[in-house]
Design a binder for this molecule. Sequence first.
Ligand code: PMP
Length: 440
Amino acid sequence: ERMMEIRKLNCNAMTMKVTYYKKPIFIHQGFMQWLWDVDGSRYLDMFAGVATVSLGHCYPKVTKAAQEQLQRLWHTSAIYVHPQIQEYAEKLASHLPDPLKVVYLTNSGSEANDLALLMARLHTGNFDAITLRGSYHGGSPLTMGLTSNTVYKYPVASSSGCFNTMCPDVFRGPWGGSHCRDSPVQTIRECSCSPGQCQANKHYMEQLMEVLNTSVSKRIAGFFAEPIQGLGGTVQYPKNFLKEVYKLVRERGGLCVSDEVQTGFGRTGSHFWGFQAHGVVPDIVTMAKGIANGFPMGAVVTSEEIARPFASGVHFNTFGGNPLACSIASAVLDENCAVVGTHLLMELAKLRDKYEIVGDVRGKGLHIGVEMVKDKVSREPLPVDAMLEIMEDTKDMGVLIGRGGIYGQTFRIQPPMCITKDDADFFLAVFDQALHNYME
Ligand code: PMP
């Protein structure tokens, strides 16, 4: 009866657009890497609520921290200081290099990027932002402007005929791109160009220089980039690309913002933050998603110098940094997770060699993308209908995965980090079978 009630409720309300599955799944329970629907079917969650439930659903130590805090104190607003916020800010800052020691807490990644843009504007006195094609930085009116991926925008004509943004002074640098320009099948991850000779890097830098050499260069407030693009389709940049862009932006007086909403908190395996793999230290770091294992929270961390204008103003956020969020996020930071990402990447690469429609396998740690193509010669994206058919099939076999990319052509594998090698093998077998079924 309860199940019928839930179904009716969801069907009548129709508030959510179900994008992935023909038959929506009504999830009602989760534990670690597993989800159960109202009919009792179990799914291996290989997407973790969009790379968010990083430790696992209802992770016991985090649940315990939440329960204890629920009985102690929920909310004070930013007017009062509470021990949880101080403890958490210190703990979070200890994970970041100098001079990134000032922490602001928000409720989402969009809010964090909104705040980062405001900080960059106040600090530099400039207005413009540069982002990369394929980027996703949020869905608020301001961050929708930073976001390049048009899938997430609304087609309201502006005077320039562009997609609607409330932040018109955003200039797009080149798309990180998924393939070396001079060899369309070679991935950047495997790029064998010698340092300084990478054709992809050269091409992107030339494009970016075009943007930087326009009038925007005199007015750059901030350059925003994800260390690996998430919704853009797990896109990695050529070697040294971010390092060189940071230098160019800084030479022109702009600040560099690393959007770690997806890549932070160990998601990429080898480093705690995505920027570390690029050999850069950003001026501002934004984060959310994995920060509190599914509890709504975000953060911005910067230097004292950049935060200075906020000392004289009133930056107010009613829920940001509330005791409950801080206690949960604190428990998240105390955990360490074993990562089976390398195994997954290696085994997925075998599927790339086996199937004509698997164009590329890329990513790091448990931030993995599988780009699907019509064939390896044309490299045209596999149509969305076909993508959805494969996803439907994996779902019917008990595995949930994600999707992204400019054309929606990349499967995204970003499971809770508690998945075991056996889970990974189960997923690989299911994915292999779904690809086989599609090809038949
Ligand atoms: N930045 C990145 C890289 C993201 O992936 C997202 C969310 N998908 C955001 C920002 C926005 O975060 P939120 O949805 O919490 O506002």
